[in-house]
Design a protein around this ligand. Structure first.
Ligand code: GLN
Ligand code: ZN
Length: 754
């Protein structure tokens, strides 16, 4: 087999989201486990064959998963938390770990590095008997072998596995190293029997975060220990999303066969080439995180640079990371002006193969020469097209000096109090109310032009009316309109802004069966007309209580989109901020007194290397502040973030200077809230008291207890009472009693305490 091209990993959800459907049918009890397995194996075959036909040499197996690859690794090691151990059926247990069961809460889920993919956090404790279950890997390997493929086997490495795990009693997860390494060793032995030569891609992305000495020592040790098990097992240590030079230098003297590095998002990897020595370098030069066509000339320059430091034969051309983070193919996208600028997973395979040929041939063949010319022209077109440039936007942006909102918080809050006249412990919700079947259908029909605009608007208004009436009836203080016109909080704004493109089928897995369709930002951004004013002012006209305007923040819009790469993200974010600033101005002029600017993806954008963090924080905060800079002193600005760990970013939250921040809190207890008091955070805070990720309805008493607990950490004058997050995924039957109980509890606490 030639050893020139590789792909780090492939999407698994299916071109038509077949796996999503198969999973959801299986969970709903509509299909059997055999049917689920059949769909899965068909999907694997399809993607192996695509890669093979296109000419990829190193194709992965075990990159497939029914839910998540970290969960698979936990299962491989038998690291099953106690509460699931009495479930004897393997599939049932697997999904119980992922999604919870009647009697056991699901494992925690969190974001995979700086992506919007989520993994399940392994739980380690002394009751676990680590032992090998390699059945999934072996069966996938054999399936691929039957197709005439000798696949590389993707495995999460031991240092990353432990680094992302939580050990009980706050123990150091690395204290489990000696327990898991024998299992990994046994795995190597088992894998060695699969073929004459077996390639194992050991993924160790934890090393891109700036590792400490201990992690590096464990890397050295694990590579020594695992590479020596069997000679026919060739180990490739792979990192992605950033550079990992400390790890590369350690790997230099270990017997690993290859090192996989990201040369797109980790350009500093170029500085560690001398450590490769005579190993293979799996060179990630085709971006697995974004959807633009590769700039061949630029990439060939990079490759030439690499080949100055080593033999060409050592270099394997690859994707920068798994293609999991991008959609399948542009083939199924409708014609558009920017279609030819985009490249999804299938197209990236072609790029890898073509780049490889161009890199290795001393003279380009006729067709390859043509491809290079065509690529050059497209790259140039994308950078210079009038489509991407909007002089008006650029001029406006250039004129903006640093803009601060008027008035300090202490002054603003007094004016807001006078104007809003809210009781102590004011109550509110985060924005969305349950998205009913009817409302989804209405939006769909309107899109398909099956219902008229008049009918559509009537339906939306009815939903808003119901929401307002409900909130008034149960006695909430600051109301929302319920977001019935939005299917997605980023898509909604993107569709109204210039500079955004929407794909038809550009789905990317977010977790389990859940996929998102990130918009594509290809050009300068502007707001042709107000985006939310009509609905919010309508909702306000139906009530005398304050109605919250509801916007998605600039940082979140950038972090949840595929962003143009010819401009800094900070610049793109600034353009969005200016558009939102106009929106806030219009809302305010329309009589709206409270406006929420959601930033749930604020933390996700944090750079992996700490020295890059200050720069990100600066532009993220500046752009948030720019977006809200037109708010008058008496207009109350809220923001919302769906997580609770603010320890390392509390100063940044403070710098955003929102009048009120609502956050997630119910699952994390109150420990984490202390940081707000300890740092002297003085603006208002609404720690969520109702876990919206669960269908459970908390009782009035539970709410009272929760509120009292919060009041023991933070002063009542600073507090708001609200759910954890938006309610769109819940049902009215759950939301209605829960919110009722929440308000009753607040009333009871108020009457007792004040
Ligand atoms: N306003 C949005 C909602 O309520 C916020 C969602 C989020 O935080 N992800 O749905
Ligand atoms: Zn949220």
């Amino acid at each position: 087999m030639s050893q020139q091209t590789a792909v780090t990993g492939f999407p698994r959800i299916g071109k038509k989201r077949e796996l999503k459907k198969a999973l959801e049918n299986y969970w709903a009890g509509k299909t059997s486990v055999e049917e689920l397995q059949k769909t899965s194996s068909d999907l694997r075959k399809k993607q192996w064959l695509v890669q093979k036909e296109k000419g990829i040499d190193f194709i992965s197996c075990n990159d497939f998963s029914l839910y998540d690859i970290m969960l698979d690794t936990a299962v491989m090691l038998n690291a099953v938390p106690e509460r699931f151990r009495d479930i004897s059926d393997k599939t049932e247990r697997y999904f119980a770990m992922a999604r919870g069961s009647d009697s056991a809460a699901a494992m925690e889920m969190t974001k995979w590095f700086n992506t919007n993919y989520h993994y399940l956090v392994p739980e380690l404790n002394r009751t676990i008997r680590f032992r090998l279950d390699a059945s999934k890997i072996i069966s996938e390997y054999n399936e691929a072998k039957e197709l005439g493929i000798n696949p590389k086997i993707n495995i999460i490495g031991p240092v990353t596995f432990l680094g992302l795990s939580k050990a009980q009693d706050d123990k150091d997860p690395y204290s489990y190293y000696d327990k898991i390494i024998p299992v990994y060793k046994e795995l190597m032995a088992v894998l060695s029997n699969l073929n004459k030569v077996v390639y194992v891609q050991m993924e160790e992305p934890v090393f891109v975060k700036g590792p400490d000495e201990k992690q590096l020592e464990l890397l050295r040790k694990s590579c020594d220990q695992l590479a020596e098990v069997r000679e026919n097992v060739k180990l490739i240590i792979t990192t992605y999303f950033e550079h990992s030079n400390e790890a590369t230098s350690v790997l230099s003297d270990t017997p690993v066969w290859g090192i996989g590095l990201d040369f797109v998002h980790g350009t500093k990897n170029m500085e560690a080439l001398k450590f490769i020595k005579d190993k293979k370098l799996i060179a990630g030069v085709v971006d697995g995180r974004n959807i633009w066509i590769n700039d061949f000339e630029n990439t060939l320059d990079k490759l030439t640079h690499l080949s100055k430091e080593m033999n060409k034969e050592q270099i394997i051309i690859s994707s920068s990371c798994s293609l999991l983070h991008i959609p399948y193919t542009t083939d199924t996208e409708p014609e558009s002006k920017i279609k030819k600028w985009m490249s999804f997973a299938y197209e990236k395979l072609d790029e890898i193969v073509l780049l490889n040929r161009m890199f290795r041939s001393s003279e380009l063949s006729g067709p390859d020469h043509k491809s290079l010319e065509k690529n050059r022209a497209l790259v140039k077109e994308r950078k210079t097209s009038p489509l991407i440039k909007d002089e008006k936007t650029l001029n406006r942006i250039n004129k903006i000096q640093k803009v601060e909102r008027e008035g300090a918080f202490s002054e603003r809050i007094e004016l807001q109090k006078k104007r809003l006249k809210l009781p102590c412990l004011p109550t509110t919700t985060i924005g969305s109310f349950p998205q009913t079947k009817e409302i989804r259908q209405l939006r769909k029909d309107y899109r398909k032009k099956a219902v008229s605009r008049i009918e559509y608007e009537k339906g939306i208004k009815e939903y808003i009316d119901d929401c307002v009436a409900f909130q008034q009836e149960i006695g909430l203080d600051v109301l929302v309109h319920g977001e019935p016109e939005r299917s997605d909080m980023v898509e909604y704004f993107g569709e109204m802004l210039k500079g955004f493109h929407f794909t038809n089928n550009g789905w990317v897995q977010s977790y389990g069966s859940r996929c998102v369709k990130p918009p594509v930002i290809y050009g300068d951004i502007s707001r042709p007309e107000p985006m939310t004013v009509k609905w919010i002012t309508y909702a306000q006209s139906q009530t005398s209580r304050p109605m919250k305007g509801m916007l998605t923040g600039p940082v979140t819009i950038v972090n949840w989109s595929f962003v143009r790469d010819d401009k800094d993200r900070s610049e793109v974010c600034r353009q969005i901020a200016v558009a939102l600033r106009d929106e806030i101005h219009d809302l305010q002029s329309g009589g709206i007194k409270v406006i929420q600017v959601d930033e749930p993806a604020f933390k996700e954008g944090y750079p992996l290397r700490s020295y890059n963090i200050p720069e990100y924080e600066k532009w993220a905060v500046d752009n948030f502040k720019l977006a809200v800079s037109k708010a008058k002193k008496e207009t109350q600005i809220h923001t919302h973030m769906c997580y609770s760990e603010f320890n390392d970013i509390i100063k940044t939250i403070e710098a955003m200077d929102a009048d009120v921040i609502t956050i997630e809190n119910t699952r994390s207890g109150n420990e984490l809230l202390k940081v707000f008091t300890e740092t002297g955070y003085s603006n208002q805070i609404g720690p969520g008291v109702y876990d919206i990720h669960s269908p459970r309805v908390p009782s009035v008493d539970e709410f009272i207890k929760q509120i009292e607990k919060i009041m023991s950490v933070l002063p009542a004058e600073q507090l708001w009472i609200n759910p954890d997050c938006g309610l769109k995924t819940r049902k009215w039957e759950e939301v209605s009693p829960s919110l009722r109980h929440m308000v009753q509890a607040v009333k009871s606490v108020r009457s007792r305490s004040f």
